[in-house]
Design a protein around this ligand. Structure first.
Ligand code: NAX
Length: 340
């Protein structure tokens, strides 16, 4: 009885694709009532792998899976798409300069943005996962002039979830009791995990400022700032490298879980607390209009809204300024390359 949702996943034959597609197909993104039509986009070299994934998707016999189509044709992949998950990207090779990396990704995200512009559904929502995610989202949006620019977002939810997990571990509480943590800026090492507005919700519903709870757990108010600077922020920002070190390959299932969280919240809405997503700046918090930068966000009626009015300590402000400067440099570079 529900209208099926068409979801296009690029890089579908890769490792995030393998972790992501089964969860979408099983109803984790849109709920158990909504049938999903999957479109898997790959480059020719990745088609076999994506076709294998498609066979396994059939074999799961998910009642929420309407159909699966594998293609290397972007126009076909994005025709009628409601949700585009842009996962496939060009990784940085040895000795590759930032300009080379951005050009290689421009050659992917430009045409995909154009295909979305031409063929996607009117309500299309796009999440860019492939790195450099924020700037890839900017490139895709620039090639889709008929799609509202705010429909192009980039993923910082994994960073957000990593921050929640670190805090929960340190405070010895469940992740569900921590609210209003935020990641600001670029999804890169310059990102700014910020706990200053966070709250810890007790079993009886009482709320405590996170910095107070941390002071108690760490053994004094004076211990909080050094822990944030030397342990928490670097651990969250460098977690990707830690995973590669320990697992032998980069984050896949956790990235897929974060992508599910991002789109589920965007479509179904967030109640009460905020989360983090890289969305088009409207100039809030001094982030230049048009940049795709991470903010504290709520979702309502299928649109993200930036949580306004948060105060900011000088050190947080300085970190955000540095991360935003990096985004401006990336934007200037893709401008000079003619990619936006
Ligand atoms: P894999 O190398 O396993 O898979 C990528 C797939 O994309 C490959 O199968 C490749 O053939 C395909 N591909 C390349 N160009 C394509 C194109 N033009 N159209 C369609 N498919 C194309 O990488 P994986 O581990 O899945 O990671 C994918 C991307 O996610 C990378 O760019 C990675 O840096 C990024 N990540 C982003 C994260 C985030 O938080 N925003 C975290 C996880 C991850 O590191």
């Amino acid at each position: 009885t529900h209208t099926p949702v068409t979801v296009t996943v690029t890089g579908a034959g890769g490792q995030i694709g393998y972790a992501l597609l089964f969860r979408i197909a099983s109803g984790a993104m849109f709920g158990q009532e909504v049938p999903v039509r999957l479109r898997l986009l790959e480059i020719p070299a990745g088609l076999k792998s994506a076709e294998g994934t498609a066979l396994e998707l059939q074999d799961c016999a998910f009642t929420t899976l309407d159909s699966v189509e594998v293609t290397d044709n972007a126009a076909r992949a994005f025709a009628g798409t409601n949700v585009g998950l842009l996962v496939g990207a060009r990784p940085r090779g040895p000795g590759m300069e930032r300009g080379d990396l951005l050009s290689a990704n421009g050659a992917i995200f430009g045409p995909q943005g154009a295909a979305i512009n031409t063929g996607a559904a009117d309500d299309v929502k796009v999440l860019v996962v492939g790195n450099p995610a924020n700037t890839n989202a900017l490139i895709a949006a620039a090639h889709a002039p008929d799609v509202p620019a705010e429909r192009f977002t980039a993923m910082t939810r994994l960073d957000h979830n990593r921050a929640l997990a670190q805090l929960a571990g340190t405070l010895e509480v469940g992740v569900g009791s921590i609210r209003n943590v935020v990641i600001w800026g670029n999804h890169s090492a310059s990102q700014v995990p910020d706990v200053s507005h966070g709250v810890l919700v007790g079993e009886d519903g009482t709320q405590r400022p996170l910095p107070d709870a941390l002071a108690e757990a760490l053994g004094g108010a004076g211990k909080v700032a050094p822990w944030l600077d030397e342990t928490f922020i670097p651990r969250v920002a460098k977690r990707g490298a830690e995973i590669i070190d320990v697992r032998g390959s980069s984050s896949a299932a956790s990235a897929a879980a974060a992508a599910i969280d991002h789109v589920r919240d965007w479509v179904q809405g967030t109640a009460g607390s905020w989360t983090s997503a890289a969305i088009r700046s409207d100039g809030s918090y001094g982030v230049p209009k048009g940049l795709v930068s991470s903010f504290p966000v709520h979702a309502r009626d299928g649109a993200w809204e930036i949580q306004q009015g948060l105060s900011m300590a000088a050190d947080v402000r300085a970190r955000i300024d540095r991360s935003v400067k990096e985004l401006e440099e990336e934007r200037d570079m893709v401008r000079s390359l003619g990619l936006v």
